[in-house]
Structure formats: C-alpha cells, structure tokens
Design a protein around this ligand. Structure first.
Ligand SMILES: Nc1ncnc2c1ncn2[C@@H]1O[C@H](COP(=O)(O)OP(=O)(O)OP(=O)(O)O)[C@@H](O)[C@H]1O
Length: 575
C-alpha cells in the first residue's frame, strides 16, 4: 500500500490543503463542548442571558464553520482519490501495452481487467477514507483525551478500562476479516474469467449444448464469491455494534461516576456534559481508526495485485542507442534461432536459419503445433529469442526500436482481430494517414472490395465489436487489407487464407504478387495449394526445419512434404 503513495505526487498540494482544512475543522469541533460547558456552568448557573446568547452564538458559528470545512475536505479528498484512480489505471494500461506476450499471458486478460478496475477502485475508496480521517481521527483522539483529562482527571480513569477493551475487539475482528479480503479479490478474478470465456465462446457453448454446464460453473463461482462476501460482511457487521455497546457502557459509567462526583461537589454539571462529549469524540475517533485498520489491509490485498502488474519490467525493451532501420533493399535473416516459452522444457522453435530477400515469398508449412505461429511471432519481437539472431535489412531486430521494427511489418494474425469502428477505420489501423483511394486499393487487393461495396454504407459501414457482423473470411480479408495499406517491407500472413475459398485464395495471391513485388512475404499455411508457388518453402516439424526448397525440390526429396501433399490429395485438395 505504501508503494502506492508515490502515485500521489501530483496531488501534494491538495493533500496539504486537506490536512490544514481537517485540522481547522477538528479544532472547532473540539472547542464546541468547552463552549457548551461554559453556557451551563457560567451562563445558566448565574442566569446570565447575554452570556448564554453570546456563547451560544459562537457555538452556532463554530458548528457551521466545522460543517463547511468537512464538506470542503470531502470534496478535495474525493477529487484526489478519483484522480489517483485514473492515474493508476492509465499507468497499468500503458505498462500492459508494453508487455511481451509472455508477460501478458502470465497474468491473463481476466485478471488484468479485475486489477485495472475493481482492485484500483478498492484502493481509491480506502484512499478517500484515509484522506478524510488521517488527520481528523488522531487529532480528535489526542485532543479529546487532553481536554477530557483537563476537565476531570479522576473520571478519565474510566478510559483505562474502555480503551483496551475497544482495542482488543478491533484486533479480534480484523484478525478474522483480513485474510478474507485477498480471497474476495481472487474470487472476483474467477468470476471475470468465466464470464469472459463463456461470452467469447458463446457459439461453441450453445453448439455443444454446454449451456447448463457453463451455468453450473458460473453459479459455483458466483456462489463462492457471494459466500466469501457474506463471511466478510458478517465479521465486519460485528464491529459497529460492538463499538456502540462499548461506547454506551462507557457513557453509562461516566454518567454514574460523574453523578457521584457532582454529588460530592467535585464536578460541575456542564463539566460532566463536556466530558461526555469528549468521551464520545475519543471513542468515535477510535472507531474511525479501527475502520481504517480493517479497510487498509483490504486495499493492501488490491495494492499488491496492482503493483504486481506495475512492477513487471517488460523484458522486451528498446535499446538505449537504437539503430535506425535501413531503407535499403529489404532482407530478413534468421540465424540459428531458438526460442522456448517460459517454463517449457522443449524449445518451440530450434536452430532455424534462412534468409528471405526482397520480392521473395517464404512459405512455412507443417503439422499443427509444429511451431509456425511461434516462428513468425518472433519477427515483430512479440517474444525475444533464446539464442541466435534475427536481422532485418542487415541489422539485428533487438538493435532497433520496437516501433521502427513494427513499422516495417504488416502482420496478419491467424485469428482476424478487428475493432469496433467503420471498415475504413479498421483498414487505417495499418496506416492512419492512408487516403480513401489507398484504403480502396488495399481492399481491392485483399479481395474485399466486392463485399464492402455491397454494403449500403461501403467503407463507412460500422463493424460491431470484434467484427461480429462479418463472416470469418470477410474478417480475414479486412485484416489483410489493414496490412497492405501499411506498405511494409515484410508481410507476415499467419495462416491468413484458411477461411477463404480456393478461388478467392488464388485471386488474392495473384493480386498480392503484383502489390508486394518489393516486399518480403512470410506465409504460414496448411494448404499445399497456398504455398506451392513460393520461392522457398520451409517444412517445420516439431520446431525444427525438416526441409527447405521449392515445391518441386521438396516433392522430390522431402518425405514430410510428400506426406503432406499425399494427405491433401486424398482430401481432394492437392494441386
Ligand atoms: N503462448 C504459449 N505458451 C506456451 N506454449 C505455447 C504457446 N503458444 C504455443 N505454444 C506451444 O508451442 C508449440 C508451437 O505452437 P505454434 O502455435 O507455434 O504451432 P503452429 O505450428 O502455429 O500450430 P497451428 O498450425 O495449430 O497454428 C506448441 O507445442 C504449443 O503448445
């Protein structure tokens, strides 16, 4: 939680202001019982009406001022807490954006969402409470004790009994509640995870009649969340009544012993009334502190989770002295490249060496899990390699900034991913400055122009969330257009033609050839048809290169390639 304080730097001045305002307000509140005692012991006892009116008037002024100050403190505290929440959410977002895919997968999207929303809100709420109470509660406690003791030392001995009982109650309750707070956040994570999974996979869930199963799974998580919530609230709900009981018994004791002392002439009525109010203030400030004592660990559980994300130092960083990417002839070279996912025993790709030159198409083929996607994801540095080197236009990709490197790449992922917005906006995601003509050109090459034109609003047609109003093949073609409009040096098509029919696939490759004459094309595919015209086909098997050459060469001398061709022939798909 303490480490969260550094995010409060921009609000230093407001916090000082809050402290000063709270001090002034609390001092006024502490002054009120003294004025009241004077009204009773001096004004009423001497029947001095002008004194009563004057002192009573001061009481009204002090009370109004104290209320105004409290309103101001609450306003500033909320402003600081909200600003803090906004800043932390922004920092989280920026850091996550810089994560390598490895770091992103370590925490997972569901937990990242909970941490950026729910966890930040927990900290924000507690901060709001702390800002309002951090000066008020200790000052009121100290002032209350000093003023109560100065009113009557003997009667103050009651606190020697009441305060330890109160402290013990707070300790016992918080000891039970605190461990449950971390649990509650974990259960929120689980709820988010299940919600996310079943919403994204809703078609699969329905098609496989798994609705009941999903409902059951969600209900279990939902009930677990509710049960922990109830458990926490049950414990916390004991806190306030216990405090009230202790407070009321303390008051009874004060009135009882105070009455005896008044009887003995050792105390005045007004004094006892003021003493009672100070005692209330002391106990109330302790209740405030106890709430803070209980709420802070809750925020601490959230702060730990938020810090875990903030403190991840992205392992893929730009070099201090980055080299510009040469605009000379495009060339992509892999030299003995090996990469392994975190925690994996086996390398996902091993000892890969090849060079792709401008104007060449390099296709990668292999069975599922062979490492094709992994290999192409190393080019934009989504992951850093374990050994070897990857160079673009003569320079190691780790020597250039990620921005400069990625500006040279047009990446079309295996699963088309679109954003809510128009078709044109989605294509311009690849190049925000693209003219309407360039957008239309890219759509034409990507074989998307026909279906876009069929839409009433053409390129201004709105795409729903994640492209839910488009077919799989349409989404793929739009994401190809998005890469094309970038006019990069290297195109990466990760199995991007899989959702296209054979005719569209062939037309697309023909159009691409014209459009990408000066670029390097890296093409991952499962179909022999798609790869057979490539200048170089890499046959990948269990992460290793099992063969490299043209279609004709491989069909002559590579058994794995021959098997792939044969298997597709039996399916009637072969060239
Ligand atoms: N994010 C990941 N974390 C850990 N292991 C992974 C991850 N992604 C892939 N793998 C593993 O790495 C290996 C290669 O996976 P990859 O996705 O590169 O295969 P692929 O050839 O592209 O398969 P497909 O044709 O099915 O897409 C597989 O064994 C897979 O289980």
């Amino acid at each position: 939680m303490l480490s969260m304080l550094k995010h409060l730097k921009p609000y230093k001045l407001s916090i000082v202001f809050i402290i000063l305002l709270t001090m002034a307000g609390t001092l006024l509140e502490l002054y009120l019982p003294t004025l009241m005692a004077d009204v009773v012991d001096i004004g009423i006892v001497n029947e001095d009406i002008p004194y009563i009116l004057q002192t009573g008037g001061w009481m009204v002024v002090c009370a109004i001022l104290a209320i105004l100050l409290t309103v101001l403190v609450n306003f500033f505290a909320s402003k600081v807490a909200m600003g803090f929440g906004k800043d932390v959410r922004r920092k989280l977002f920026v850091n996550v954006e810089n994560f390598s895919l490895q770091e992103f997968e370590k925490i997972g999207p569901a937990s990242l969402i909970t941490r950026s929303t729910n966890d930040v809100k927990q900290i924000q709420d507690v901060l709001n409470m702390i800002l309002r109470m951090m000066t008020r509660a200790p000052l009121m406690l100290l002032g209350g004790i000093i003023l109560a003791v100065s009113r009557d030392q003997t009667l103050s001995l009651i606190f020697l009994v009441a305060l330890p009982i109160l402290a013990l109650t707070i300790f016992l309750i918080s000891r039970k509640a605190i461990p449950l707070f971390g649990e509650l956040q974990k259960r929120t994570d689980r709820l988010n995870l299940l919600l996310r999974e079943s919403l994204i996979g809703t078609r699969v869930v329905r098609a496989f009649n798994r609705v009941e199963f999903e409902k059951k799974r969600f209900n279990e998580a939902n009930e677990a969340f509710r049960d922990t919530g109830i458990q926490v609230n049950k414990i916390i709900s004991f806190l306030f009544p216990s405090m009230l009981i202790i407070m009321n018994f303390t008051n009874i004791a004060i009135v009882w012993f105070g009455a005896v002392r008044i009887d003995n002439g050792a105390m005045q009525v007004g004094n006892l009334m003021a003493f009672l109010q100070y005692s209330m203030m002391i106990l109330m400030s302790l209740i405030m502190l106890s709430f803070a004592f209980i709420m802070i660990p809750r925020a601490q559980a959230s702060a730990k989770r938020v810090n875990e994300v903030l403190l991840i130092d992205p392992d893929i960083k730009d070099p201090e002295r980055a080299k510009p990417v040469s605009d000379a002839t495009a060339q992509l070279a892999f030299q003995n490249v090996t990469f392994r996912y975190a925690g994996a025993e086996k390398a996902a790709v091993e000892n890969i060496t090849f060079t792709a030159n401008q104007g060449e198409t390099t296709a990668i083929i292999g069975s599922t899990g062979a490492g094709k996607t992994t290999l192409v994801q190393l080019i934009p540095r989504f992951y850093d390699i374990e050994s070897g080197s990857i160079s673009l236009n003569g320079a190691d990709i780790r020597d250039m900034t990620q921005k400069a490197l990625r500006a040279k790449i047009g990446y079309v992922p295996q699963k088309a991913s679109l954003f809510s917005g128009t078709i044109a906006e989605n294509v311009r995601f690849g190049n925000k400055d693209a003219t309407e003509e360039e957008v239309l050109d890219a759509l034409e090459t990507a074989q998307a122009i026909e279906f876009v034109k069929e839409k009433k609003e053409g390129i201004h047609t709105y795409i729903e969330q994640a492209g839910s109003n488009l077919s799989g093949g349409q989404k793929q073609r739009l994401s190809i257009a998005r890469a094309l409009v970038r006019k990069p040096d290297v195109y990466i098509f990760d199995d991007s033609f899989s959702a296209l029919d054979y005719k569209t696939d062939a037309n697309l490759r023909k159009a691409l050839k014209r459009e990408t004459e000066n670029a390097i094309i890296i093409l991952v595919a499962q179909r022999v048809n798609t790869v057979m015209d490539a200048d170089r086909i890499i046959v990948l098997n269990e992460g290793k290169v099992a063969g490299m050459g043209t279609h004709e060469e491989l069909i002559q001398n590579n058994t794995i390639y021959q098997e792939i061709v044969a298997s597709q022939k039996t399916e009637g798909e072969s060239a």
